[in-house]
Ligand binder design. Structure first.
Ligand code: ATP
Ligand code: MG
Length: 424
């Protein structure tokens, strides 16, 4: 036999047994953004490499080591998108969506990062995200958090995720803090790893985002950005906290939460779970008021988040919430004999015509009746329709409830659609 070709490591097939859960989650995501009046934006998978370098930042995990970058045939450097925000701003600027306007947008699709594959961390993964433009006040920050909190409620995982928030202030405030942080890190140079040593002068806040537990331990005593904030930033943060209190969203303030991307200012947040091991962040985001102009547009405030779809799927599975996903077929149509087959096909087509939402699978490929009934059972359908010579002669269809254990019953052909509509 010829050698099989394998998928790229960290890039997964989503199999037919898994897609019903994905589809269910996706439809809940769509409904959640619809109920807040957000519009969908779809952007290309591939963008100019410069877009991500200029937005995410040169001294970040993503740009330093995780991007799938390649030269196009004409020599342009292209990159498979590692996240959605940069593309959204690029598309917004290019199409005049952000110029003196408010926008509430959402997107969903595959992202690509060259990371070490493990549970909850893949090289092709999927994000669902929202981005709000043109609103500088904390009510927009609160709105995207309300949207996410409502999502957990709808998915039944509210008890298993917790919200952490922080504020990064504005760039001048961060600059003042930066010096204090560098001075602190210099005192602990012996504990720092290569990444931290390299970043402590180019981008010291990144060190706060480390996954190295020894460094995390010393950071407990690091100076806190909160102490360097001016009145406007403080007020923005306290307004956000008040709004969250008003609508009853619980949170903890984590002063070391900085996020791994450069474009954030003021609000940053993460929803985390303890049910997925090390890959515990299921949704993350914040405010990025500088990015629109940094990418060539007219200054526009912005706030948004991205959710890792795989991690939500894992969490649903972990919690046993993937069980009630409906089978994909309602009715399976069988023919007792080859001569009955054309009639069975016609009956199936008539049903699809009169009940467009009914999911009807027709048996194909012949075989004896027993085999056909086995297929019917395996399809997950609730009813098998049985079309035989007697049934045809009487203008009837045999209907067997595959899940109810009842005897087969005869239903007049012209009452079949009504019969099924009542029961499915
Ligand atoms: P992490 O700290 O886990 O690496 P991140 O800070 O790189 O996450 P973001 O860029 O903020 O993640 O992306 C938002 C969300 O997308 C994450 O919280 C996570 O749920 C998901 N995500 C990020 N990278 C991956 C990946 N490689 N595989 C699966 N999901 C991912
Ligand atoms: Mg990462």
């Amino acid at each position: 036999m010829a050698k099989q070709i394998q998928a790229i490591r960290g890039m997964n097939d989503i199999l037919p047994t898994q897609t019903p859960l994905w589809q269910k989650l996706e439809s809940i995501l769509r409904a959640s953004v619809a109920s807040y009046g957000y519009a969908e934006l779809r952007t290309p998978i591939v963008e100019s490499t410069d877009l991500f370098k200029r937005s995410i930042g040169e001294v970040t995990d993503i740009v330093e080591k995780e991007m799938y970058t390649f030269a196009d045939n004409n020599g342009d450097s292209l990159t498979l998108r590692p996240e959605g925000t940069a593309s959204t701003v690029r598309a917004g600027n290019q199409n005049g969506l952000l110029y003196n306007q408010e926008q509430r947008l959402w997107y969903m699709g595959p992202m690509f990062r060259h990371e070490r594959p493990q549970k909850g961390r893949y090289r092709q993964f999927h994000q669902f995200g929202v981005e709000v433009y043109g609103i500088a006040t904390a009510d927009a920050d609160a709105e995207v958090l309300m949207l996410s909190a409502r999502l957990w409620e709808t998915l039944g995982i509210k008890e298993h995720v917790a919200l952490e928030i922080n504020t990064l202030g504005d760039s001048e405030e961060r600059a003042a803090y930066r010096d204090a942080l560098i001075a602190f890190l210099e005192k602990h140079i012996d504990v720092l790893d290569e990444d931290a040593k390299r970043r402590m002068y180019s981008n010291p806040l990144r060190v706060l985002d480390t996954k190295n537990q020894d460094i995390q331990a010393i950071l407990v005593d690091a100076p806190e950005l909160m102490d360097y904030l001016g009145d406007d930033s403080k007020q923005h943060f306290s307004q956000l906290c008040e709004l969250l209190d008003t609508v009853g969203i619980q949170y903890t303030v984590n002063p070391r939460l900085v996020r791994g991307l450069d474009y954030y200012n003021r609000t940053v947040f993460e929803w985390v779970t303890s049910s997925l091991g090390a890959q515990g962040t299921v949704l993350a985001g914040g405010r990025y008021d500088g990015l629109v102009s940094q990418l060539g547009g007219k200054d526009s405030p912005a706030v948004g988040f991205a959710m890792g779809i795989e991690r939500i799927i894992l969490l649903l599975q972990e919690l046993g919430l993937d069980q009630d996903v409906a089978p994909i077929v309602d009715v399976y149509v069988t023919a007792m004999r080859a001569g009955c087959y054309p009639h069975a096909v016609q009956i199936a087509e008539n049903l699809r015509e009169s009940l467009p939402s009914l999911r009807v699978m027709s048996h194909c490929g012949g075989g004896n009746f027993k085999k056909q009934m086995k297929r019917a059972d395996k399809s997950g359908a609730q009813f098998a329709l049985i079309i035989g010579e007697n049934e045809l002669a009487n203008n009837e269809v045999g209907v067997k409830d595959l899940r109810g254990g009842n005897e087969q019953q005869m239903v007049a052909r012209d009452e079949l659609a009504a019969f099924l509509r009542e029961r499915i």
